[in-house]
Design a protein around this ligand. Structure first.
Ligand code: DX5
Ligand code: ZN
Length: 226
């Protein structure tokens, strides 16, 4: 499980007036996951998608819906997003004083659990709970907006996290990387240990989004991961 590759296009960069087209693009390119960025205008300055949108997407795709909660008090939104049809729910370690409670709520809802960490937060802040999650979402930009540049120190953090997980015999915990992911840096991020790459503007800002998704998988194969 630790060495598979998945692309998770972020619909944050899609046309919100036509999300069906975003689903069609993900389908056409063979993306495994659909990444949904939830922002509350408190934890981050932006305001985006709520459970009703996920509820509308759910019957229109069989793809895995990956919800990234960039919100304070994430425990309040676990149940609504679970009921709406999320497959994975990721919360931020910086957004709660009681991560174990959030994890328990997501598990009780029968969903996969992710914990996310901002670029400036020390990696060891997740070490006490990392054995209880399915994935760690390493932010490679400050959360809040699509279209930012990949922060160069991120690759080192991915390598360090992968080493830690391996030393703890926690290779089953997946590493997802989010922010500034482009075709041009995909091989670097995958080689460092990224199993799931989130890409927003690179996919939906492309002239040929379907081909761009496919090209991510080709790049993963080029570094021996598929
Ligand atoms: C940023 C979001 C990302 C964003 C990535 O806060 O979590 O998922 O959509 O967008 P790009 O790929 O354009 O950096
Ligand atoms: Zn995200």
């Amino acid at each position: 499980m630790g060495s598979e590759f998945k692309l998770a296009p972020s619909i944050l960069s899609a046309d919100f007036s036509n999300l069906q087209s975003a689903l069609d693009i993900c389908e056409g390119g063979g993306a495994d996951w659909i990444h949904v960025d939830v922002m509350d205008n408190q934890f981050v300055p932006n305001l985006t998608i709520g459970p009703p949108v996920v509820k509308s997407l759910r019957p229109r795709t069989n793809k895995f819906i990956d919800v990234h909660l960039m919100v304070l008090e994430p425990e309040r939104l676990v149940e609504p997003f679970a009921r709406a049809g999320a497959d994975n729910i990721t919360f931020h370690i910086e957004a709660t004083d009681d991560p174990k409670k959030v994890i328990d709520l997501i598990r009780a809802a029968g969903k996969m659990v992710g914990v996310s960490i901002k670029p400036q937060t020390p990696l060891d802040s997740i070490f006490s709970i990392v054995d209880k999650v399915n994935l760690v979402l390493v932010m490679s930009v400050e959360p809040g907006f699509g279209g930012q540049d990949y922060l160069p120190g991120s690759t080192e953090r991915i390598v360090e996290l992968k080493r830690y997980l391996s030393n703890q015999c926690l290779d089953r915990v997946l590493i997802e990387v989010d922010g500034g992911i482009k075709l041009q840096n995909a091989e670097e991020v995958i080689s460092a240990g990224g199993n799931i790459l989130v890409a927003g503007s690179e996919v939906f800002g492309s002239d040929d989004p379907v081909a761009t998704i496919r090209e991510f998988y080709t790049r993963a194969e080029a570094v021996g991961i598929s």
